[in-house]
Every structure is written in structure tokens, then in C-alpha cells.
Design a protein around this ligand. Structure first.
Ligand SMILES: [Zn+2]
Length: 473
């Protein structure tokens, strides 16, 4: 049984050409069965679903928990202030907000709230299914430098012994082999249609060399890996000391430099490293808003434009306006990483659109999205053309493209489908009461904060870390 989805305008491959007025998609068994030329109908500009290629499912937002924007190495201590909340509800709220801005696939880097990874993976997977998103569940594997890239020396020196012991206890991790076994168990528990588990060592500096070897061996059977890389200047300095041959060599040693690797951020990647990752077929998830909010800077658009490194776009749970707006993120990334004047190269608008709508999906399961073409998964977003472009003077494709790109934002999203299933209709989630879930999550967080205020050592550890960071540690 095929269902026709008519459009005021159809933009099947935004990276490959402008939208055309009219058109319709025939949707059958979760896929686009055919694309037909038809006169304009209704108010929707149809585009493919967006891929959020790097996120953390921050239903409870860091700002709400009292973690102000600022440099990552200080901010990570502020994140300790985040009260524990139910993993299902936390992910449900985050995924719901994403869906409302047109996200149909999310690569979720999980931040565990307990040692029970499998139960939390099941909760996150259920949230993704309830909202209707495709989900990559990236499970962390980590064992070092959690109190600073100096092994925690600066923090240890600044704190009283009992406080340092408290930090050590709070940051203690099971042996890497046990963590890897848990990731495998999580995969057995949740993987299936639209859900895939990946290995996610959070960054080179946060896992020992033995740990990297173990993850490399475990991932050799075809698993994807997803790793934060060179997000900050201090991480660049750490890696230069640890592996002077550069970031690709670091991953090659572990057996992870291949087309199943996604790295995130990459603000401090060098042109030669970008070329080597491109040659290996790896993917880089850009996180423009997050890099601004955490004072890291802007990825090198000119160097990325000069190489053929596959790109995705990720919100990192840190959209500029704290509103999970993937559409604005695309525009911001295109502007900040794009060409300057007429003489300075940068990422083309087309390259950023390809990242957001097509290539970013490689970070999910290895396959780029082809756009809204016959045979493709019926993942699509309907934007209100009258809201975006009610004042347009003609329906020329270039006019429609200019208005959509210049103005699109989450408020214009009316409809979202994943595998043909309508997960957003009339600008609301179809299966989840998001305002109620948000209210419940906030109430949970407030109760948890009242019951267990943040430990006093956070501020001291943070101050010690900032002092060390100003000395380049
Ligand atoms: Zn991240």
C-alpha cells in the first residue's frame, strides 16, 4: 500500500541542486517507492531527514544544572554538578527535541549515570524507538586522565587527601576488558533495525595504550568506533607529546584507522592529518556550536575544503541557543567554516549540506543517505514554506533555496518521518508528550539536587584544573 506525500516544493538532494516547486513522493514499506512530478500541493518544503552525527542525549541541559559555557577542561568539572535523572526520560527529552528540528538519525555518545551500561542502553534504545529516531549507541571505554591530562597530578596536589580519594572513587572504572564485555552485551541487548552499538573511547587521552589495543582488537570484527578528537588546544599538546607522528598514527597503532572510524570536533587537526583520515575513509563530525560554547574555536574550513574528508554535523547537545536546532547548526557551520570574501577558501555550502543530510549518516551505520530518491529510506522533513518564504517574489528554485537556507530553523518544522512513520505532525511529536516529559525531568533533577547537593570538591578541583590549564597542562 503506497502513500503519496505531496509537496509545495521538493528538495530531494539539497547538496546537489536547488528545490523544485511541486512534486510528490510515493512511500511504501518505509521507503520511497517513486518520486513524481506533480503541481504544488499544501505548504511543505520536503527535504531529507537530518543526521545528528555526534550528540550525548542531554535531556537535562548543562546550563540548567549550573554548568556555564567555558573551556572544556573546566566545564567537565561543572558537569559533575549534573544531578542523576532517569536514563530513559533524559534520552526521551533529548531525542524529542532533536526530532522537532528535523533530526531522523542520531549518533548518541552515552554518558553513563551508573555502572549498569546494559540497562541504560536499553533505556536509551527504548527512548529512540518511542520518539522514532534511528540510533547509534556509542558506549564509552575509558581508564585514565579523568581528573586532567597530567594524570590528575594538579588536582591531587590542590586537594585534601579525603577529597582526592572521593574523586578517585567517583572516577573509578572497571578493567577495560570488563568495559568491552559490557559494550558487547549492550549490543546484544539493543541492536536491531535502526539501532546499532559502537565503541566509544571518549578521546585519545582518556584511554590507556593497552586499552586502545583492546578496543582495536574488539572492533576488528566490523564494529564502528566513534571518538572525540583534538577538541581543544590542550588535547593537541597532549597528543603531540604522546604521539608526535600525529592523530592518524595514533589510531593506526590501535588498528582503528579505517572507514569505520568517526572522530568528532577535530578543531585542532592539521592539514596533513585531515588528508590521512580522508585517505583512510574515516568521517569527521563537526560540532560548531559546541566548539564556540566550550571556547575551543572553529574547525579549519579551508583545510577541510582542500581535502576529501567525509563530514557530518553534530549538535553535541550544545546548540548555540540551547535548543537542539539542527537547521540553524547547518547554517552556522556553513557560515563559520565557509569561504571568506572572494579569495579565502572554505567549506562550500554544498559540502555542509552533504554532511548534514547525507554523509553524516555514515557515522551511524556506514551508509550515506542518498536523499529522497526511489529506493531510499523514507526519512524526510516537511518545513512550512509559508513560514520560511511567504514573502518570496517568485517560485524560482534559486529563490526557494536562498530563503530556505537563509531562514530555516526548528520553528518551521511541521512534519518529520522516519521510515515513512510520521514522528512529528503539525510541529509536535506524535508519540510522546514532550512538555510533560520535560516537566517530569526537571522535577526529577530538582529533587535529586535538593537531596544530594554537588560535592564541595568540585569547585576546588575545577580551580586547580584551570590553574594547570593556564600553564598548558
Ligand atoms: Zn561530544
Amino acid at each position: 500500500m503506497s502513500e503519496p506525500v505531496g509537496a509545495a516544493a521538493l528538495w530531494p538532494r539539497p547538496w546537489a541542486g536547488p528545490p523544485e516547486p511541486g512534486g510528490a513522493l510515493l512511500v511504501e514499506a518505509g521507503r520511497v517507492a517513486a518520486v513524481e512530478a506533480r503541481p504544488p500541493a499544501g505548504d511543505l518544503l520536503l527535504v531529507p531527514g537530518l543526521v545528528n552525527a555526534h550528540d550525548h542525549g542531554r535531556g537535562l541541559l548543562p546550563l540548567a544544572a549550573g554548568a556555564p559555557d567555558g573551556p572544556l577542561e573546566a566545564w567537565l568539572w561543572d558537569l559533575w554538578r549534573t544531578p542523576a535523572t532517569d536514563p530513559y526520560l533524559t534520552a526521551l527529552v533529548a531525542f524529542g527535541r532533536m526530532a522537532l528540528s528535523g533530526v531522523t538519525t542520531v549518533v548518541h555518545n552515552h554518558l553513563p549515570q551508573s555502572p549498569d551500561l546494559v540497562t541504560e542502553a536499553q533505556a536509551v534504545a527504548r527512548a529512540a524507538r518511542d520518539v522514532g529516531l534511528r540510533l547509534a549507541f556509542v558506549a564509552p571505554v575509558l581508564d585514565r586522565n579523568l581528573a586532567g591530562y597530567d594524570g590528575g597530578a594538579a588536582v591531587e596536589a590542590a586537594l585534601a587527601a579525603p577529597d582526592w580519594q572521593a574523586i578517585r572513587a567517583a572516577q573509578a572504572q572497571p578493567p577495560v576488558a570488563e568495559q568491552i564485555a559490557l559494550v558487547r552485551e549492550a549490543a546484544r541487548a539493543i541492536d536491531g533495525p535502526g539501532i546499532v552499538t559502537q565503541f566509544g573511547p571518549p578521546g585519545p587521552q582518556w584511554l590507556s595504550q593497552d586499552g586502545w589495543q583492546a578496543v582495536g582488537e574488539a572492533a576488528a570484527g566490523g564494529w564502528r568506533s566513534h571518538v572525540h578528537l583534538l577538541e581543544t588546544r590542550l588535547q593537541r599538546d597532549w597528543l603531540d607529546a604522546e604521539c608526535p607522528e600525529g592523530a592518524p598514527a595514533f589510531f593506526e597503532r590501535a588498528g582503528l584507522l579505517n572507514d569505520r572510524l568517526t572522530v568528532a570536533h577535530g578543531v585542532f587537526l592539521r592539514p596533513g592529518e585531515i588528508a590521512a583520515f580522508a585517505e583512510a575513509g574515516a568521517t569527521l563530525a563537526l560540532n560548531t556550536s559546541s566548539n564556540l560554547r566550550l571556547a575551543s574555536g572553529v574547525a579549519d574550513g579551508a583545510a577541510l575544503a582542500a581535502n576529501d574528508l567525509r563530514l557530518g554535523v553534530g549538535l553535541d547537545g550544545m546548540a548555540l541557543d540551547d535548543d537542539a536546532d539542527m537547521l540553524r547548526e547547518v547554517r552556522l557551520t556553513a557560515m563559520l567554516l565557509g569561504p571568506r570574501r572572494f579569495d579565502t577558501p572554505g567549506l562550500s555550502r554544498e559540502a555542509v549540506l552533504r554532511a548534514a543530510f547525507s554523509d553524516g549518516r555514515v557515522a551511524f551505520d556506514g551508509a550515506a543517505a542518498p536523499g529522497l530518491v526511489a529506493g531510499a529510506e523514507a526519512d524526510m522533513v516537511g518545513l512550512s514554506l509559508s513560514a520560511l518564504a511567504g514573502d518570496r517574489v517568485d517560485d524560482a528554485p534559486e529563490t526557494l533555496a536562498a530563503l530556505a537556507l537563509g531562514r530555516w530553523r526548528r520553528e518551521a518544522v511541521r512534519e518529520v518521518r522516519v521510515a515513512g512513520r510520521r514522528i512529528v505532525a503539525d510541529g509536535r511529536l506524535t508519540a510522546v508528550d514532550l512538555p510533560a516529559a520535560e516537566a517530569e525531568l526537571t522535577a526529577q533533577a530538582r529533587a535529586a539536587r535538593a537531596e544530594a547537593p554537588p560535592p564541595g570538591w568540585i569547585a576546588q578541583a575545577r580551580a586547580a584544573r584551570v590553574r594547570a590549564a593556564t600553564r598548558g597542562l
